[in-house]
Design a protein around this ligand. Structure first.
Ligand SMILES: [Zn+2]
Length: 106
């Protein structure tokens, strides 16, 4: 096991997680908005639902990824490929901090 210190990365991930959770909440509030009584305005409002739903899915996906990354840091498996167990290269981790697989398993 290397002595790589992921404390600052974990802090950064927690900040990002908070940010995404706030965003998910805002999207959900927007989606559950009953809308305006004005029909035309209502139609315009709900034409965005598809986009908001997609954005919501994406946000929840990111939240999951970050939670997993944080738990991997906690249990010391962060930076190790979940598939083959080899080390994930630093350049890849820099690019994709939430990844759980190495380049060859991705
Ligand atoms: Zn691998």
């Amino acid at each position: 096991m290397s002595s790589t210190d992921y404390t600052s990365l974990k802090m950064a991930l927690q900040i990002k997680l908070q940010d995404l959770e706030d965003r998910a909440e805002r999207i959900e509030n927007r989606l559950s908005d009953p809308g305006s009584p004005d029909w035309e305005e209502n139609a315009a409002l709900h034409s965005n639902d598809e986009v908001l739903n997609a954005l919501s899915d994406l946000t929840h996906h990111d939240i999951q990824e970050i939670r997993l990354a944080i738990s991997r840091i906690d249990e010391g498996s962060y930076g190790t490929c979940a598939q083959c167990g080899s080390k994930i290269g630093q350049p890849r981790l820099k690019l994709l901090p939430f990844t759980s697989t190495c380049v060859s398993c991705a």
